[in-house]
Design a binder for this molecule. Structure first.
Ligand code: AQP
Length: 330
């Protein structure tokens, strides 16, 4: 047993993972895995709340695993696994469902937003998504959950459910804290700076996928929406340019002021072409590793099966306590 704090986070294998997923979540994981015991999940059950194509779903799941590995998540340091490989996730979800109140789920903004976007498939799973997420986190006695700011409400519910369970049945769950970085927690869509970049957007111009080729990146940045005026400046009145500046800053690690100064008397076109090159350069080593892993799928599958074994052992430790506390026959 280690005294290290435990981290849990995950990404859904939906659509194309984008620079927002990287900057809002995965980038922070790289720092955390050096200091803490990290558990990184590919949350395939979550993805099923929106209809997936069974013919490509497995490919998408493996793709996320390759993205984790290519981004630098190290299976020697962190546990990487697929949610549906650890059955305790659904078992705990059911138990937490019996402690969750309908109005608590009714007020979730992600549910409201996704119900509008997928109006023909407003299913019970979509409604119950935050409870499955709470189970994911609580199973691992998680201390810290690094996420983008769209997950704040879900983390709050997780804390409420953990406290509620502990109060009714006695202490089992650690109360986790969300870790939301000030910068990069909400990268906005390239085609609409008032909405977050989203991998399931039907418009590919919305996002910069981590696997986009240099040509596509240049094209997408060139056609990204800008604001009125010419200034390259971080400014609430300039949400589009501010978003692009933030991406520039986070990928190049150059201070915002320095970038503003560099493009002071230059127009959007020059700034955008500079930004496109920053992105292309940043993604190059990642994309090379990603391609390599594509040739070695057995290795990726092996990482996942070893990860599932380790995750299962941790999850079962918690579930044993849960079953006992609520009076089930273990
Ligand atoms: N635009 C974003 N900026 C910063 N962080 C983001 N995240 C998502 N979008 C942004 C963070 O990425 C992690 C994984 O997200 P997810 O797979 O759970 O899906 P999501 O939050 O629903 O994100 P998407 O990209 O919009 O996916 P779809 O379109 O499938 O719903 C999370 O930590 C999230 O906060």
């Amino acid at each position: 047993m280690t005294n290290q704090k435990r981290i849990f986070s995950g990404v859904q294998p939906t659509g194309n993972l984008h620079i927002g997923n990287y900057l809002g979540a995965i980038k922070n994981w790289l720092e955390l895995q050096e200091k803490y015991q990290c558990v990184f999940c590919i949350v395939d059950y979550h993805a099923l709340t929106v209809r997936q194509n069974p013919k490509i779903f497995q490919k998408k799941i493996l793709e996320v695993a390759k993205i984790y590995l290519a981004a630098g998540i190290d299976p020697e340091k962190s546990i990487i696994f697929v949610q549906s490989d650890v059955l305790q996730h659904t078992e705990l979800t059911w138990i937490l469902n019996t402690l969750t109140k309908i109005p608590e789920l009714n007020r979730m903004t992600q549910f409201k937003e996704k119900s509008e976007r997928f109006e023909k498939n407003v299913n019970v799973g979509l409604f119950d998504y935050p409870v499955l997420m709470a189970a994911d986190i609580l199973l691992y006695q998680t201390d810290i959950v690094p996420v983008g700011d769209d997950q704040t409400q879900h983390i709050e519910l997780t804390k409420i459910l953990a406290k509620r369970f502990n109060k009714i049945y006695g202490p089992v769950f650690k109360i986790p804290e969300g870790l939301i970085k000030k910068e990069g927690a909400r990268i906005m869509a390239l085609d609409n700076p008032m909405k977050k970049m989203s991998k399931s957007s039907t418009n590919p111009a919305n996002y910069l996928a981590l696997t986009d080729s240099p040509e596509i990146i240049r094209k997408k940045i060139k056609s990204a929406v800008t604001d009125s005026g010419k200034e390259i400046k971080l400014d609430l009145q300039k949400p589009a340019v501010s978003n692009l500046l933030m991406i520039y800053h986070l990928l190049s690690q150059q201070p915002i002021q320095e970038i503003e100064k560099k493009y002071q008397s230059k127009g959007y076109a020059e700034f955008k072409s500079g930004l496109a090159e920053i992105i292309v350069e940043f993604l190059k080593p990642f994309q090379e590793k990603f391609q390599e892993l594509g040739k070695n799928e057995d290795y990726v599958k092996n990482v996942l099966s070893e990860g599932a074994e380790k995750a299962q052992a941790l999850a079962e430790e918690t579930m044993k306590k849960v079953r006992k506390k609520i009076g089930l026959i273990n």
